[in-house]
Design a protein around this ligand. Structure first.
Ligand SMILES: C[S@@+](CC[C@H](N)C(=O)[O-])C[C@H]1O[C@@H](n2cnc3c(N)ncnc32)[C@H](O)[C@@H]1O
Length: 247
């Protein structure tokens, strides 16, 4: 039983329109470039593969890609773009689902590891990644740095976008590391639609401990897919942990 929110039919139908900026070539291509470099000949496995935003272009580079995805409506959207023999996907929880085979690369992007809302499940996710890796293989996580520096004492919410058609803010519980992203989207008829998603935030150092528990070693950490240095000002990180090349 997972703690993740389930992405239902309605959410899946709206997903690509609501997140159009994440599908822009300037966002996707640097991620695919780096993942392709790290995968070598592959194969690669994406946890929480969604509708294939990254997996499809990675497959187009000639790297065999498989996926694990909790939401059947998201898998159905992926299937309308890539058949099962091109990108096989197992429906299941990324913390526990086992895909047959060994992979040179396992990756989970766009903050999706935070969808697991307990520390135990996040540790299990690192262990599940390690279980799928060949010796010397790599686990890559793209994750934001919790925006808590922008949370003044006494306040519970941090806005992350305020525009004409979208107001988004995160609320945090600093004791449990639980958070919720709230979205108000203006519709063409002038009314607004509310949506939310829940997450557990993780600091980079906590990720490193989870990796160590899974037998993985940090190889590199940058602020983005282009390799910008990770600093105290960075708002996200792309981290690469490696499974030792020998037992
Ligand atoms: C923001 S989307 C990212 C999709 C894709 N990785 C991308 O970059 O476009 C998050 C995805 O995580 C999936 N998800 C959430 N919890 C999950 C879990 N425990 N196991 C597998 N997939 C999960 C959701 O169903 C959704 O498809």
């Amino acid at each position: 039983m997972t703690s993740s929110d389930y992405w239902d039919e309605d959410t899946a139908r709206r997903f690509e329109d609501d997140s159009a900026d994440m599908f822009a070539p300037e966002v996707v291509e640097p991620a695919v470039d780096m993942l392709a470099r790290l995968a070598g000949a592959g194969p690669a496995l994406e946890f929480a593969i969604g509708t294939g935003r990254v997996a499809i272009p990675l497959r187009d580079r000639g790297i065999p890609v498989q996926g694990i995805e909790l939401s059947q409506p998201m898998i159905d959207r992926l299937r309308s773009k890539a058949p099962a023999d091109a990108i096989p996907v197992l429906a299941g929880d990324m913390a526990t689902t086992r895909v047959p085979g060994e992979f040179s690369l396992v990756y989970v992007v766009w903050n999706s590891i935070g969808n697991l809302r307990t520390q135990a499940e996040q540790v299990a996710c690192f262990r599940n990644a390690a279980r799928h890796l060949a010796l010397g293989g790599r686990f890559v996580v793209e994750l934001w740095v919790p925006g808590i520096r922008r949370l003044p004492p006494g306040q519970k919410a941090v806005p992350f976008e305020i525009s004409d058609d979208h107001v988004g803010f995160d609320t945090y519980d600093l004791v449990t590391q639980q958070g919720t992203s709230h979205h108000y989207r203006r519709l063409p008829d002038g009314t607004a639609r509310y949506g939310f998603s829940n997450f557990r935030y993780i600091w980079p150092a906590e990720c490193d401990l989870m990796a160590e528990l899974a037998g993985l070693r940090l190889e590199q950490r940058s602020a983005d897919w282009l390799g910008a240095p990770f600093t105290s000002e960075s708002e996200s990180h792309v981290s690469v942990w490696r499974k030792p090349a020998e037992r």
